[in-house]
Design a protein around this ligand. Structure first.
Ligand code: G6P
Ligand code: MG
Length: 214
């Protein structure tokens, strides 16, 4: 009997080559506010939702803004991001992404998305992988964002699978913490010295093979 009944995927940096596009949009906004973001800041923003990211950036720059100003700034960043991803096609999937989804489907596993991104549903369509998903967890429908476990628990609930029968795949520190605190097995995509709480780490999606975990 396989160890899992579902695979829960993050999107940005796992299936879509968009993590650096989010960061480029934040850097642009940061420069406009006089806040320079070092390349190392990208790791801190991965998996963190839009307003949470803005808060980290403002705190980093020692800049204070009202709630209304923050809403406008977050919208501006989202405009930069959506303009940059507007032309994405299936060619922009990360190498191995479609194969990994097909491996999960062929193994009879449920497939759900657990992405913090409000832009995830249209991006899945653009990338041509939406039909491979059984469910998409809505980040607006859960109480606490990553690193809280809520979004991964919601994804598991949507496909009707107990957390301990779920494999979660993530490229962010925040996301790996969510998966582990949800009581699931975590596969990190990236650097094992960064994704220290992951149960397994592979360098890129191209090296991820679902069969290795069944
Ligand atoms: C993902 C990305 C984050 C991004 C978040 C919200 O988790 O890793 O960098 O901030 O989604 O994305 P959104 O598209 O809703 O602004
Ligand atoms: Mg990610």
């Amino acid at each position: 009997m396989p160890r899992f009944d579902a695979v829960l995927f993050d999107l940005d940096g796992v299936l879509a080559d968009t993590a650096h596009i989010h960061f480029a949009a934040w850097r642009r906004l940061g420069e406009e506010l006089g806040i320079h973001l070092e390349p190392t800041f990208e790791e801190k923003l991965k998996g963190v939702d839009r307003m949470g990211s803005l808060e980290l950036i403002l705190a980093h720059g020692g800049v204070t803004r009202t709630a209304e100003e923050k809403r406008v700034l977050a919208d501006r960043k989202n405009g930069y991001y959506t303009a940059a991803v507007a032309e994405q096609t299936p060619d922009d999937l990360l190498p191995g992404a479609r194969r990994v989804l097909e491996e999960a489907r062929d193994a009879g596993l449920k497939i759900a998305l657990a992405s913090a991104s409000r832009n995830a549903p249209p991006l899945l369509e653009q990338l041509g992988i939406a039909p491979l998903f059984d469910a998409i967890a809505d980040p607006a429908a859960v109480k606490a964002p990553k690193p809280a476990p809520d979004l991964f628990l919601e994804a598991a609930r949507l496909v009707g699978v107990a957390p301990d029968r779920c494999l979660g795949i993530e490229d962010s520190v925040a996301g790996i913490i969510s998966i582990k605190d949800a009581g699931m097995v975590a596969v990190g995509i990236g650097d094992p010295t960064v994704l220290t709480r992951a149960d397994y780490v592979v360098p890129t999606t191209a090296q991820l093979h679902i069969g290795d975990f069944l």
